[in-house]
Structures are given as structure tokens and as C-alpha cells.
Design a protein around this ligand. Structure first.
Ligand SMILES: [Zn+2]
Length: 274
């Protein structure tokens, strides 16, 4: 390898000197300008030589291997940080990436923008599952307080409101079979999908023993919760994180796929073949 480079350098210098002399003679450059012309031609030849050297380097097996290693890193990140494997398939996931490994450090040199995105991803993904569970817990607790009903679909509605999927104004309400129901999405036939928010037996007619439906206070408590829940500070913070996550994920996926398709590396890392 070293002998090859030395021979290449000698050949380049001899070739360049001959070419410079030849070109200057052919152009009949006036005497005082000869050093300037020599210098210029020499620089052009040097740049050409460097270009040739670079292109040879990029065809070398070591370079190909290095590129394959970095592309392998991009693939591993996608498979471990953005997805989880289970029997017969893959599901979306949110896991952190170890950016301190030697391969990750090399990768960061060649793909600095993507490395920045991975740092952002790590900040969001750290403790992600715990936060998802925490927010679900908040929705359930809030629902229970407002409806006193464990079978209510109110937690799902609160989740959609809290995560900014829907606005409170987009929810439709009705009382059906003595139950307060809400609709915030459509079923597969494009019809409003109704979900139970309060049970029908919260008030009973003491004489007839039959349900009277929700009291006005019950309905007002639910509506007040719908109005205030998305503005609670922890909910606002969670929504911010959720939106940042949902925005970054497809961008990251795209950038990782781009990295896997790259044929030429930019920059030089500690393990780049010379
Ligand atoms: Zn490298």
C-alpha cells in the first residue's frame, strides 16, 4: 500500500515536471512569466492527481467496507430505535440510540445533520414509555374524577384532546339511553362513532326505580374537564413532546434511508481508509 503510494507520488512529480516544461515551451510563455505559469500548471496537475487518488480510494475494498459499516449503523438504528421486532413483524417503537460507540462516532462525522437529529431523538426517547404510561394514567384518573365511571370512554377522548389530535369544539355530544355520549371520530362507514362517557344509572327515579340519565351537574363536570384538561401544564408539556416526537420520527426515518443509499462519504472520520 505504502510502496504503491510512493510510486504514485514519484510518477506524479515526474509527469508534472515534464508536462509543465512541455506546456510552457509550446505556449511560448515570455521569460518573466515562466515561474507563474509553472506554478499554475503544477497546481492544476496536483489537483488532478489528488482527484485521481480520491477516486481510487473510493473504489478500494477498505472504503467499500467502511461505507457498508456506516450504512449498517443506519439500518441498525432504524431497526432498534424506531421499530421493535416481534414474531412475524415490526411495530413502531421509540428507543434511544447509543451515540458513544466507535461506529456511532464515525457515523456522526460523515452524517453530522443526521447525528443532530439522533441527539434530538434521544432527548425525546429517553423515558418515553414511562411518559406514555404516565399520561394514560392521568387520563384515566381525570376521567374517573369527572364521571365516577370506570367503563367510560372518556380517557380516550381526554388522550385525543390532550395530545392535540382533536379540538374540544370538534366533539359532538348527545344523551342516548340515559347515557351521556360523545363522538370525536367517524366509524368505517363515515358515520359519527358514539362512545359512552357517563353511565345511564347515575340518577334513579326512587319510585319507579328506573334510570333517569345524567344530572345536569354530571354533564357540566364532564364539559368543564374537556375545557380545562388540554391547558393543564403537564398536559401542555406532554403535547409539546408528543408533537416533536411525531414530527421528528418520519424525518429521521427518511434521513436514515437516505444514508443507506449514499455511495460517497463526505468528510473524514478516525477510521476512514487513507
Ligand atoms: Zn470514515
Amino acid at each position: 500500500m505504502r510502496t504503491g503510494r510512493l510510486l504514485f507520488a514519484i510518477r506524479l512529480i515526474i509527469g508534472a515536471a515534464l508536462a509543465v516544461a512541455g506546456v510552457i515551451a509550446a505556449l511560448q510563455v515570455p521569460g518573466p512569466l515562466i515561474p507563474a505559469a509553472e506554478g499554475l500548471i503544477f497546481l492544476v496537475l496536483l489537483a488532478w492527481g489528488q482527484l485521481e487518488h480520491e477516486s481510487r480510494r473510493k473504489d478500494s475494498p477498505a472504503y467499500r467496507q467502511h461505507l457498508a459499516d456506516l450504512q449498517g449503523f443506519a439500518r441498525d438504528v432504524r431497526d432498534s430505535a424506531l421499530f421493535v421486532r416481534f414474531q412475524g413483524g415490526q411495530a413502531a417503537a421509540t428507543n434511544t440510540v447509543n451515540m458513544a460507540s466507535p461506529r456511532a462516532k464515525d457515523f456522526s462525522v460523515h452524517f453530522p445533520e443526521l447525528a443532530k437529529q439522533l441527539d434530538q431523538w434521544n432527548a425525546l426517547a429517553d423515558g418515553w414509555t414511562t411518559s406514555v404510561m404516565w399520561f394514560q394514567g392521568v387520563c384515566h384518573k381525570t376521567s374517573e374524577k369527572a364521571t365516577n365511571d370506570l367503563t367510560s370512554s372518556f380517557p380516550q377522548l381526554l388522550r385525543a384532546l390532550g395530545e392535540g389530535e382533536i379540538e374540544a369544539a370538534a366533539v359532538t355530544w348527545r344523551i342516548e339511553n340515559n347515557r351521556l355520549e360523545a363522538s370525536w371520530q367517524q366509524d368505517i362507514d363515515g358515520q359519527p362513532a358514539w362512545s359512552q362517557i357517563t353511565r345511564g344509572d347515575s340518577q334513579r327515579d326512587p319510585l319507579a326505580g328506573k334510570a333517569l340519565g345524567p344530572a345536569i351537574e354530571d354533564v357540566e363536570r364532564v364539559w368543564e374537564t374537556v375545557r380545562t384538561f388540554p391547558n393543564l401544564q403537564p398536559v401542555v408539556e406532554w403535547r409539546r413532546r408528543r408533537v416533536a416526537h411525531d414530527t421528528l420520527r418520519p424525518q429521521l426515518l427518511d434521513a436514515l434511508e437516505q444514508a443507506e443509499l449514499v455511495v460517497e462519504l463526505k468528510g473524514k472520520c478516525a477510521h476512514c481508509p487513507r
